[in-house]
Design a protein around this ligand. Sequence first.
Ligand code: G6P
Ligand code: ZN
Length: 560
Amino acid sequence: MAELKSISVPTTPFDDQKPGTSGLRKKVKVFQQNHYTENFVQSIFNALGCKVKNSVIVVGGDGRYYLKEAISHIIKIAAANQVSKLIIGQNGIISTPAVSSLIRSNKTTGGIVLTASHNPGGINNDFGIKYNCENGGPAPDNVTNEIFELSKKIKEFKYVPDLKTCGLIETIGVTTFKVDGRDFVVEVIDSVENYVNLMKDIFDFGKIKKLVNQPFNILIDSMHGVTGRYVERIFVEELGADVNKNVTHTETLEDFGGEHPDPNLTYAKSLVDKVKADTSYDLGAAFDGDGDRNMILGKNAFFVTPSDSLAVIANNLECIPYFKKNGVKGFARSMPTAGAVDRVAQKLGKEFFETPTGWKYFGNLMDAERLSLCGEESFGTGSDHIREKDGIWAVLAWLQIIEHKNMSVEEILNEHWCQYGRNFFTRYDYEECEGKGANDMMATLESMLTSSGFVGREFSSLGKTYKVKVGDNFSYVDPIDKSVAKNQGLRVLFEDGSRLVFRLSGTGSSGATVRLYVDSYEQSNFKNDAQDILKPLVNIALEMSQLQKFTGRDAPTVIT
Ligand code: G6P
Ligand code: ZN
């Protein structure tokens, strides 16, 4: 075996390597700049400090453009930094939930996830790098802040230029290199196996298989993202679904077929249209690029909001073997998520947490065994089986519940609303606004919300009047490590329980995306259209924030 030598490559820092809600996300062309990717990866290792020597790190991504180049850099940098082993998915592919599972089951030091999630891919679109810690979850703020600080000061990165990565990750197997007198191992694994076994431990596949063959007609849409191979293995091979009728877009493409791989009513429109057109479908589901998000539809494309999906799963955990075995600790949702699960927690006597946007905030609670199930309005649902949200897990949970209750998706929702009341919810996104206008809008709104006299003010539209109970900028104290996350979104809480939330997205790669969340709790009229019910509150939100004046936008780019 030829002995390889590492070198130090002098570099100059970039000032924009601040990780957002979920890792560093930029246009591919930004990552392609000389030393941009290398600097960031070295900054991750620098932040890990003495943990790097002899570490084992999982590496995988969602198959988007630039994945292989990034992995090649990571291998050469890891080898030079005395990492002892990288566990890499075949062809670099591993879904985000599966990375989390691999970190946990192999007890590795951490993992590097190469994805920009639901953002479009391809040479003119987005790429991303995210570090996950030994618990399998996204690095918390103190770690990502440290990475950012180090990235602004970096002077050199370590590299093994002669380590040949060409063809290295295409075949499953173990390759050992000698680098600076030490062994450096690259283990290429089947991207799916560990995850399939985990799902089989959690769910009763026998029962789900009976449902799928009943026939309960499903249509699972991978949106050309990473989940294609997971869907084929789990739904087709294990559960007996029909490869032509029950699954679609399962080929992973570098540009996701030119679409936004985001499972919502706008970007997963082709699924919505198919389930509407073919009334034999009982359930439709879609996942995002890296497989952590999900959307659930019933017959005729009956839409289940993520907030309701979370509440329904919370209310029915007893039919899932994993929870029967491990018990159910608390529930949690991110602050902008509608409050449907709050009522389930109350009824079941479970602890409940409201966290800032970002899955990373659930990790500490899970590690402390206070949280079993959580979700976000941004189409994320998951449990403490891993430390990421999990799209396929959510669909399997729904199928297990449907099999157990022997009811349709819509019947389950109606039953739920009759028992608990319904949170009508909508989110308006104004994507890629000009940064200054968006920031000015938030600043002006914040000073209004926090000024004396705001509480008690009344706002009216379309014959409905709402009185302000609270106006603030949400901040969160982590109950476990007491760390504080400030400026997590402007909230207006009204006396009847309705809420308006304004946030700037932390996952965009350019410009500013304004998100407006509207949540209203009703105890009747469950069958009404959410957009009709929420119209007065939307009008009030637009007027209060002067959104059009500040952003120049007269309509959102996406409504969910
Ligand atoms: C990612 C994160 C989620 C978060 C979502 C929206 O998917 O994993 O935790 O809810 O982005 O974030 P944003 O900052 O764009 O609203
Ligand atoms: Zn994602």
